[in-house]
Design a protein around this ligand. Sequence first.
Ligand code: OAD
Length: 246
Amino acid sequence: MYPDEIIQKLKKYEKVVLLTGAGISAESGISTFRGARGQWEKVDPMKLATPESFAKDPKFVWEWYEARRRQLALAEPNAGHEILAWMEEFFPQVTLVTQNVDRLHQKAGSRHPIELHGSIWMVRCVGGCGEWEDRHELVNLPPKCPHCGALLRPGVVWFGEGLPPEPWAEAEKAARNCDAFLIIGTSALVYPAAALPEGPMRLGKLVIEINPEETPLSGQVTLSIHAGAGEALKSLREKLIKNEVD
Ligand code: OAD
């Protein structure tokens, strides 16, 4: 799966960036957004994941998010999440950047994942009281702010909204300075997240993509592994450890 010379290079590198998308959580039973059984096949994201749709029908939007929250509350990290957390022990400096809102990376032990699209476990007061974590089952949808009575919204990034500036700046900086960049389980269709590997690719850095399907990045990366994250990352860990001992 991995040519030896790539493993030899990778094991010497210090600064590694990992970019993940919904595909890393697929093996935890969480459906991805795009593709045959994807969430956006069942419901139009423009009716659900935009500020306009929330303004129009906050109850409808919240019903969908609360159903996802209940599903995610039961989900466990899989081998892929665990191996990415292990990489923080193996490499001197790992920056994990995720588009996922499920917090399964944290549950697997990743120390400081950069959440580009927020978290489904955060709620934010539209009246400006701030945002905070709330994992309770939310009844009486849409929920209201306990401080001012305004609507609460999910603490995720919707289409048409900018990314939170600090996480984005941190992700960009890590991408600029990395020795190697791994892209795992993202269709690489949603910007600006999909643009993060562009700098490293342009500079000829080692960029590895793991995805069972082709993506717009597949032809541009150093190595494209067409396999599920669990299998591909198990194999990568074995190679890195084996070469450590050799
Ligand atoms: P997508 O649903 O667009 O893509 C998921 C990718 O995971 C696809 O390319 C699949 O081929 C791949 N995949 C499926 N099973 C896999 C497995 N076992 N191992 C590895 N890869 C697998 O999800 P994202 O790229 O994360 O944004 O989507 C980006 C953003 O679009 C999301 O954060 C969300 C969505 O709309 C917002 O809601 C703003």
